[in-house]
Design a binder for this molecule. Structure first.
Ligand SMILES: [Zn+2]
Length: 260
């Protein structure tokens, strides 16, 4: 014969079940309270709603230091020292116009790596670029300007080429890029190639700006050069693309007339 206390529904078991039920209800109640209060003042709720993004900090990098990625060099602003040479030059691992040991195929290391990423992205979109010119030394720029002046006259050279100590190429941050197949190399028609159009859209993503724009000749001091890109870092490049401004305009620096 079975003991009555072992039967289901026996008074002893009923009392235990009621007790467990009460404990469960109590725990659910406490849990609910905690959850409710957490959702009211939980970490996902910001203390104050922010609607305006912080203003762009225009003083993150020097505009004067020759090794700064934001250095502004133009006909009115020289590098210091005038024969400045970057210390971290390297040839980017991309198609090159000249042998990779040629100094003109080198760039500032940050700019070189950014150029590798830019060319790789273009290739993924079916477009092949090559580097036409990167770094140019002070001495090389003297020779280049003299050559331009001898061929086209001083005035014309001044619109298209920089005096030594005033060239972005001397910083190692600039690159003249071209379609790998040799169309429109360092020519205005580059703007109408698929590569030129792609560059306008995508350069900023990799930290480059098209430095000498159409319609800004009397701000930058140079003719439109759709092939000349300048590394400034992704943040500034995006800001310049968004505002449509040159470095001179964005940083409130004096405009440089084309024929100065
Ligand atoms: Zn150039």
């Amino acid at each position: 014969m079975q003991d009555e206390t072992n039967l289901p529904g026996a008074p002893k078991h009923r009392a235990r079940r009621i007790l467990i039920g009460l404990i469960v209800l109590g725990l659910l109640g406490v849990g609910g309270y905690v959850l409710t209060h957490q959702s009211k003042k939980g970490p996902h709720q910001p203390a104050t709603a922010s609607t305006t993004p912080p203003a762009f900090n225009k003083k993150q990098y020097s505009l004067d230091k020759s090794s700064s990625i934001w250095v502004v060099v133009n006909k009115g602003r020289a590098l210091a020292p005038i024969d400045y040479a970057p210390t971290n030059l390297m040839a980017p691992n991309v198609p090159l116009r000249l042998p990779k040991t040629d100094p003109e195929m080198q760039m500032n290391a940050d700019a070189a790596h950014a150029l590798e990423s830019l060319f790789a992205a273009a290739q993924a979109d079916g477009l092949k670029f090559k580097l036409s010119s990167g770094y140019r030394s002070y001495k090389e720029q003297i020779a280049l300007f003299s050559q331009y002046a001898a061929q086209q006259g001083q005035a014309s050279a001044n619109r298209e080429s920089a005096h030594a100590g005033h060239s972005e190429h001397q910083t190692g941050l600039a690159a003249d890029v071209a379609p790998a197949d040799g169309r429109c190399v360092v020519q205005q028609c580059f703007a109408n190639t698929a590569e030129g159009k792609w560059l306008v859209i995508n350069a900023a993503t990799f930290g480059f700006v098209i430095r000498y724009q159409a319609g800004k000749e009397n701000v930058t001091g140079y003719e439109y050069e759709p092939w000349h890109i300048r590394f400034v870092g992704q943040a500034l490049a995006s800001e310049l693309k968004k505002t449509g401004q040159t470095m001179e305009e964005f940083f409130s620096l004096p405009a440089i007339p084309l024929d100065s």
